[in-house]
Each structure stands twice: as C-alpha cells, then as structure tokens.
Design a protein around this ligand. Structure first.
Ligand code: KIV
Ligand code: NA
Length: 275
C-alpha cells in the first residue's frame, strides 16, 4: 500500500496519481482491483448514493458508515475520507475530534478538507496530530451556497493569484496533496509547478499531478447528467437497467426460475410425503 511520502515521490518522478471515489464495499473492491493509487470516500456520496442535491446534508455518521464499508472492500489501498460540512469549522479541538473519529473508527489513512486561508490552522493542527491532510481548492462544493452554484473558479488573475497563494499555504501547513476542482487548466499547471506536493485535478485539465473522478460518473451509474470534465468509460447504468427489466419480464412471463435454478426432493421422500 502506498503512503503519503510515495505520492510525493510519484510527483518527483512525474508519475501520475490515479484517484477514484468509492462509497461502499463492492466499489472499493473494484477500485483496489483496478489498482487506483488512492480511494476518496468523498462527501459527494450525499449526491450520488444518498440522493441529496448537495453535499451539505452529509453527516459525520454518514461518512463513517460508508468509509468502514470502503475499508473492508479495499484493505490494501490508501484511503482518504472527506470531513463533512461544518465538521472542521467550529474549533481546532472539534476538528481534531472529528478527524480522529473518521480515522480511528474506519481505518482510513487521511482526511480531506475544503478551503484555503480559512482552514490553514486546522490543516496545521491535524498534521501536527499525526493525521495526513489533503487540501481542496477551486470549486469547494460545501460552499456552493456562497459561491452561487457549481462554477469554474480562478478564471480571473486576482482569483488565480489567491488560489496559488492558498495552495502554497496548504503545503506550508503540512497538507500532503491538494485537490483542484474546476479551475482553468493553465491555473492548475501553474499551481502544480509551484508546489512540491502533488495536485490532484478534477475538471482541472491534464497538467495536474493526478486525477480524481467520481465512481458513478466514470461508469455512468445512477447519474443523469455528468459535468463537462467527466469522461464516461462505461455505460453501466444502461446495462444494469436492461438486466433488471429482463428479470422482471421473465418473472411475469413465468420464464424464471427455470429447472436449473430449482431444488429437488428425492423420489422416496416425495412418496412418503404424499403416502
Ligand atoms: O466528494 C468528492 O467526490 C470530492 C471530489 C470531487 C474531489 O471531493
Ligand atoms: Na468532497
């Protein structure tokens, strides 16, 4: 299993980091089999598996519940867990206790927090306490209400400069990686060049040191629309719907179960049953 220092080495060696989200046991097994470098138990689980329309309703117990299942499915992969909405804003003590629960109760290896400037002291406290931290800049979905929607961030020079400064502060505070979400590729390139820790992009172009995508987006599973930055590698949702429809039709048509799906009694037992 890789460790935080391996991700730094990968950046140095210009070896791309492949990260994928997972929220349950089967997806985690598949991710490990596919040899992803890191699994993210993202709070995107609120949207893709719980059916909320943002990540804001996701709770600590939701994250713990899902991260435990992921750990059981991928015991040999580095696992990052998102700290959910408001679990790292009230105080440092509160942040440490919540991160401790996420790590101790699930067996995950690191936490991820959204934001730059405003969470620097939390990143520092977590790292000093022995909990590795991934930072998350650009589009930070827990702030969607303040940002006014899911929009590309850092498009003008002032916002870009702020993001570069924030990324540097995250590195100085001890973060071992930084997710860049929905930023222009030119900005992701600049941030990646100016940090020694790896950047992991989502909607950030090809110059980030790694990439992360949401499991359900990659496989088109239970999602109606996907953002521009997603590549769909498989249309599994359609295949699954076909399979389920065929099952329902065969039950209704009396075609399932067939003899090969059925159990038999011995002849003499049958005779004594009716005898
Ligand atoms: O929750 C999530 O899936 C994420 C990724 C989009 C980086 O934070
Ligand atoms: Na997230």
């Amino acid at each position: 299993m890789k460790q935080t220092t391996d991700f730094l080495k990968m950046k140095k060696n210009e070896e791309k980091i492949a990260m994928l989200t997972a929220y349950d046991f089967p997806a985690a097994k598949q991710a490990e089999k596919a040899e992803v470098d890191m699994i993210l138990v993202g709070d995107s689980l609120g949207m893709v598996v719980l059916g909320y329309d943002s990540t804001i309703p996701v709770t600590m117990s939701d994250m713990i519940h899902h991260a435990k299942a992921v750990k059981r499915g991928a015991p040999n992969t580095f696992i990052v867990v998102d700290m959910p909405f408001m679990s790292y804003h009230l105080s440092i003590k509160d942040t440490l206790l919540n991160a401790c629960s996420l790590i101790q109760e699930t067996g995950a290896h690191a936490v991820k927090v959204e934001g730059g400037d405003e969470v620097i002291e939390k990143i520092e406290a977590l790292t000093r306490s022995g909990i590795p931290v991934v930072a998350h800049l650009g589009l930070t979905p827990q702030s969607v209400a303040v940002l006014g929607g899911y929009k590309v961030q850092g498009k003008d020079a002032t916002a870009a400069r702020k993001l570069i400064d924030d990324a540097k502060k995250c590195e100085e505070a001890g973060a071992f990686a930084v997710v860049l979400e929905c930023v222009p590729q030119q900005l992701a390139k600049e941030v990646s060049a100016s940090l020694s820790i790896p950047t992991i992009g989502i909607g950030a172009g090809p110059h980030a040191d790694g990439q992360v995508l949401v499991y359900h987006d990659v496989l088109t599973y239970g999602v109606d629309r996907v953002p521009k930055f997603v590549k769909r590698y498989l249309n599994s949702g359609e295949m699954m719907e076909e399979g389920l429809k065929a099952y329902v039709n065969e039950v209704k048509g009396g075609l399932f179960p067939a003899s090969e799906h059925s159990f038999n009694m011995k002849e003499e037992e049958l005779l004594s049953l009716y005898g």
